[in-house]
Design a protein around this ligand. Sequence first.
Ligand code: MN
Ligand code: MN
Length: 296
Amino acid sequence: MAEDVEKWRKACSISAQALQHGISLIKKGASVIDVCNAVDRKIVELGGKPAFPAQISLDSIAAHYCCPHGDKTIFDSQVAKLDCGAHVDGIPGDNAATVDLSGNNSELVKASRNALNAAIKIVKPGIKLSEIGEVIQGEITSLGFSPIRNLSGHGIDRFELHTRPTVPNFNNNDSTVLSSGQIIAIEPFATTGEGIVNEGESAEVFMLLAHKPVRDAAARKILELIESYEGLPFAKRWLIADFPQFKVELALRQLQLTGAVKGFPPLVEKARGLVSQAEHTVLVTDSGCEVLTRLS
Ligand code: MN
Ligand code: MN
């Protein structure tokens, strides 16, 4: 890990700049897909590759909204969460922020941001995961909202966006401790709803899980493109840029049936509450932590 720290800093710096760029473009009347594409382009301009397609989840969609091909969604008065990350040689960054376009939900935005800042303040070797969760929960409930309990932060590693440990958004009594040199993403979600998300319909973001043989020639071509994402998540519309839509749909269905590819549907708050999110990737140091995705 140590020899790779410079790569982590680079990937996370690109992730942070791309996030800032995207946030600056979120305005009433702008199109969601244009902003997502601009974020992905910014990552490439800065010398990285998207670690996953930029996602903008609106209102009660908490995460994993990835624009379909030809998406016409326009920003209006929503609570918009932008989640993006770059990778450099497979080393990924992951960060997110929320923009309140409604003008009525600044406290909700503040709740997840405060929770993230409070968590960052206590991260150090020896801290229990449950203590991080407790601080996040405390900040969010003190403003009158609920943390989303079945969404969490996570370990992050080369070509692995989500690995152990699970970094909870509430006190889950996990007494596992962090140690120096670990890299984790912390991502509190605050909601006006129940604090639970369920899977919505039709995934637009997918990931290669296993290399399995494919008989169909067209599906095999599509699989070659999927393999170029090196096991990291990709958008269905990235494939539709190169192949006819019906062939992409068919190939993805086949690949999901064999277990080669997994789809990630949007995650929707159970009571249709509004949701805000804040996220940073941090390196646990001897004395605390270094926020890798903070703009310097
Ligand atoms: Mn994350
Ligand atoms: Mn993220």
